[in-house]
Design a protein around this ligand. Structure first.
Ligand SMILES: [Zn+2]
Length: 199
């Protein structure tokens, strides 16, 4: 019937297929999608969870329909999954075409990308600690990330939990002793006394 023909869905000429590769070569298909944008979103959503498996790479392919063999295939993008130099999780995804990278791990977000003005320079950063740096190579960038992480670890060592707890306990005990001595009933009064004494 001609009416039915008019109501048919528009013909699909091409589809977008994101896949990831496991260690050992097993390929996992994430579906077949009608737009590059949707396929990319599906893949990037997967990147957040790559720490759950042993994923080593990913790619996004466009297939033209009704073409036999590989002539219908165009590889649109390739990514390599690395251990993040900041958070140590396998969620650091390097875009192999643009040489940019981003850690999709929650509360990390370490990134690197080519400087827009100087192609010799790679910008790197970690938004959660508001840290930015410039490097001359990807290798150098990875070293800078690890240096920064070691620095943060060393600094955190000065504030280990037991020490913080101990000094909090000290302050509380001192305050209670003072409050008993002065006969004060509340912390607010105690603080008021300090202000008075300074005047
Ligand atoms: Zn990370």
């Amino acid at each position: 019937m001609p009416v039915k023909a008019l109501m048919e869905e528009p013909r699909v000429d091409e589809v977008f297929v994101p896949t990831v590769e496991e260690e050992g070569g097993n390929i996992i298909g994430l579906g077949v999608f009608s737009s590059e944008k949707i396929a990319t979103n599906v893949l990037k959503d997967y990147f957040r969870h790559s720490w759950k498996g042993s994923i080593i790479s990913a790619n996004l392919a466009r297939w033209e329909v009704d073409i036999i063999g590989h002539d219908g295939l165009t590889l649109l993008a390739k990514w390599s999954c690395q251990i993040c130099p900041m958070c140590d999780r396998p969620t650091f995804w390097i875009d192999l075409d643009s040489f940019s990278a981003l850690c999709y791990g929650t509360a990390c977000g370490a990134w690197m990308e080519d400087n827009i003005h100087d192609s010799e320079v790679i910008d790197i950063g970690v938004p959660t600690i508001r840290w930015l740096h410039q490097s001359r190579s990807i290798k150098q960038a990875m070293i800078e990330f690890r240096k920064k992480k070691a620095e943060m670890k060393a600094a955190a060592g000065d504030y280990d939990d037991d020490m913080v707890n101990a000094s909090m306990e000290d302050a509380k005990t001192r305050m209670e002793r003072l409050m008993r001595k002065e006969g004060l009933s509340s912390l607010g009064d105690a603080l008021g006394t300090y202000v008075d004494e300074e005047e």
